[in-house]
Design a protein around this ligand. Sequence first.
Ligand SMILES: NC(=O)c1ccc[n+]([C@@H]2O[C@H](COP(=O)([O-])OP(=O)(O)OC[C@H]3O[C@@H](n4cnc5c(N)ncnc54)[C@H](OP(=O)(O)O)[C@@H]3O)[C@@H](O)[C@H]2O)c1
Length: 321
Amino acid sequence: MNINRNAKIYVAGHRGMVGSAIVRELQAQGFTNIVIRTHSELDLCNQQAVSYFFQQEKPEQVYLAAAKVGGIHANNTYPAEFIYDNLMIEANVIHQAFKVGVKKLLFLGSSCIYPKLAEQPMSEETLLTGKLEATNEPYAIAKIAGIKLCESYNRQYGESHKIDYRSVMPSNLYGPEDNYHPVNSHVIPALIRRFHEAKINHSSEVVIWGSGTPMREFLYVDDMAAASIFVMNLDKRIYDQHTESMQSHINVGFGSDLSIKELAENIGHVVGYQGKITFDLTKPDGTPKKLMSSHRIGKMGWRPKVSLIDGIKITYQDFLK
Ligand SMILES: NC(=O)c1ccc[n+]([C@@H]2O[C@H](COP(=O)([O-])OP(=O)(O)OC[C@H]3O[C@@H](n4cnc5c(N)ncnc54)[C@H](OP(=O)(O)O)[C@@H]3O)[C@@H](O)[C@H]2O)c1
């Protein structure tokens, strides 16, 4: 693989959890020419501003990790913002990148693109085979549009303009720069906060919502960043061997799941919490299992490196900062 480490690379969303991990990993791998803009410097929903930025900077590669992201509550409360912002960000970035001659682009989607009742583990082939989960359907539709934008530009301009725009679908991510908000955060940062506060306050128990039996998959964000750089630089022959032109996205997961109960025990252990863990069975469990098939990226030659326990240890240190 011939990788140009001096190529000018724009990382969109570099202040986010994933974008910041991609910048860290690019720097660690010796990439020297990284272009960034904060949200206030460049609103990616603004077509004119995005056009001007690309004309000025003319990057050679783009990692598209900027998105309007949130949990069930935010998705349910602001569905218009979730579909509009994400469609605009993708359309503006992908189209303006194409217009200035960007050859390689990586779009980050999400596992919520798959049907609510998709067979487990969810493989890339299940895309558009059934109804989506209603709560985040607008967000998922925008993410599916992002995949289809990449594929359509490849189909129309791949040969003539030598462009290669790819997509990766991360499973649940966690790690430094996560959002530790008590209500509005994902399960790992939320539990880290709750176990930490329980330890400090000498609480005798931590109550977990639901039965603790749902099975979930978690990937450490630096592994996701490494996978993103891996897919971006993967030889086109190998990429084409494992994908199809209208089914080109690649799942990136840890490859196995664990129960919420096991997850809580692991976090309690890392935090040093000595009390009891109990379960509030009056609260809903959600879907019993959500695991992505990472078979495709495995066959391409990528594996995650960071175990859940090591990832939680690093994330807890980040929380304490
Ligand atoms: N975190 C996960 O578990 C997870 C799982 C699957 C997929 N993903 C995907 O990974 C990508 C990144 O997620 P993340 O967790 O890193 O999200 P994040 O921490 O919220 O970061 C998103 C970044 O995008 C920026 N942004 C949003 N709207 C913008 C706009 N209009 N103009 C310019 N910048 C804008 C945000 O800036 P402001 O904060 O200033 O608005 C933020 O820095 C998303 O596509 C997401 O779907 C994440």
